[in-house]
Design a protein around this ligand. Sequence first.
Ligand SMILES: [Zn+2]
Length: 669
Amino acid sequence: MKSCMPARVFLLALLAALPCASQPTNQPATPAKPEPQTPQPAAAPATQPGGQVIFERSIDENGKTTTKATQAGETSAQMVGAPSLEDADREAIAFASIDLDAHLQTAGQQLAVRALITVRNAGKTPLPRIPLQISSTLNWERIRVDGHDVTFPVATLTSDADHTGQLHEAAVPLAEPLNPGATRQLDVTYSGTIAASAQRLITVGTPRDAALHSDWDQISPAFTGLRGFGNVVWYPVSSVPVILGDGSRLFDEIGRQKLRLSDAAFRLRLTVEFPHAEVPSIAVVNGHPIALAVSDPQNLNADVAGSATASLEAYTLGFESPSLFVAVRSVHPGANVTACASPEDEVSVKTWISAAANVSSFIERWLGPKPRQQTTLLDLPDPDDVPWETGPLLVVSLRASPPEQISGVLAHALTHAWMAPRPFWLNEGAANFMGVVWTERHQGREAAVASLEAGRAALALGEPASPSDGPGQPLAAAISPVYYRTKAAYVLMMLRDVVGEDALGAAMREFNAVQNSIPGGPPPGNAATAGAFEQELRKAAPNADLSWLFSDWIDADRGLPDLTIDKVFPNAVQSGNWLVTVNVSNTGYAAAEVPVMVRSANHTTAERLLVPARGSAVKRLLIQGKPIEVQVNDGIVPETQASVHLMKLGQAGPSEQGPNPSSAPAPPQ
Ligand SMILES: [Zn+2]
């Protein structure tokens, strides 16, 4: 493990500058003090009499490392009452690279970061100031532009992108405005504490205990979890303030931030200072485990804390919020998974590992013999903590749970490790799809359809009612989970019905094999890889008409279909056979291929029918016995209203219904 500098000297200096004793710990289980609601003095946490050296390393404007030191307490931040920047400024900023030197001091719940970031003006007008935001419990200390310190105002911004419900926003002044398309490197330093905070959820009425099981991000000796934008903003961002309870705006902003970072180069050097009794054994950055080099001088000097270092070399981020986990866990290798358990879950972790082996053989049949990478299962501190995932990392309580529930969750999580990372909608859609197929195998079709149906209402709400309502979110450009998770899984279920399970599996396997063989990974951006998947589908199912599915469901967002059984004409033909003519119309702007079923007392006949957008289609079915019921769609094609249409024959009017609800396990959010 390469260390960027003598960690010991660095950490001692860093710690001297951090007010460990003055910061209360704020564990989820204990009643905590109210979160600060008022702006905080920008430099307070780092100020120490006498000015201790914080950073010995410094990087000049040419990117060269120098020995110039910074004094703690020196800051050019000026706390101001109100933000001076507009949303247009915030939306204009894109990040080309993020290079972090992060220092955790777990006993004091402290984080100190030196970051070199390259920002690009993605807007249309020159920017005289750069907005930069971090969590409200972190404080800007120093910002350098072109090798010079700048004085900058900091305002507290109300935004639920952070668990505290607030961000500290610096407005970094530039000598020359940043022109559209131009980039600038900023050298920034910030620090503070990250304790658990339920503030944003309490504000919208969530009981404190439940809120802390959802907002579990914190720094602590046994478990540090920082999930990034949307949970805790531990790295600099430029975002539009959003509040919970304002529809899907927070989730859309999370998606927009991920998309804006997806081509950025990300690099991290990490130093962790820990108490002797709590040596961290696992570090995971952006879903990838990184090796920790631990140095614990317990035997030499009990007064000196232990330290661990790790680094992640620069790589293209992809559609993920940068996240950081460091924990004291025992590591259990298994089939395609590494489970990291806390002492309480030493026994139950075995259930997870055997479930992973079981689920692996199911995924192998679909997606190929080997995953791209191991999946990491990281045990959450409390059994009731809400699971979370990013890429090949699933953070979940590894407590004893019903095996079918564990397997359903793992069918989703492990698929991420098999599928190519791009396009993201296919990666997440496939994970959701495999979870649904697993549910279908083990709990039946009804439970599987119900697990899809659980997300349909939110999807229908998000979809444009007609093209005049806007372009919606084509899957390749989707930023909202209802599209890249819910709609993507529906599309794969529809594809399975249209081309068959064998052809869909072959296309997914071949797509993965090609993408994963590209040296250095698939190219950035979604467009190229999306086309590649369509090619594989055409190869696997040369006779299927897929053009309507690509054009109305993947490449563009035409909303959802809205089908109606217009008319049914049953005619007795001969020998007890009936010919039933079913007219179906579609008032939506997306075509749909659905099953049409006719039932008599003892028989069912089913055929598929493609109903064009804004049009109608007719199917004639032959059935033995007098027909008593006609059904159109079985819940696999999502519609704006009900996704199952029934018409009893010989009775008045059709009836519409959703599939039966069931208690199928939900995938981690
Ligand atoms: Zn997922």
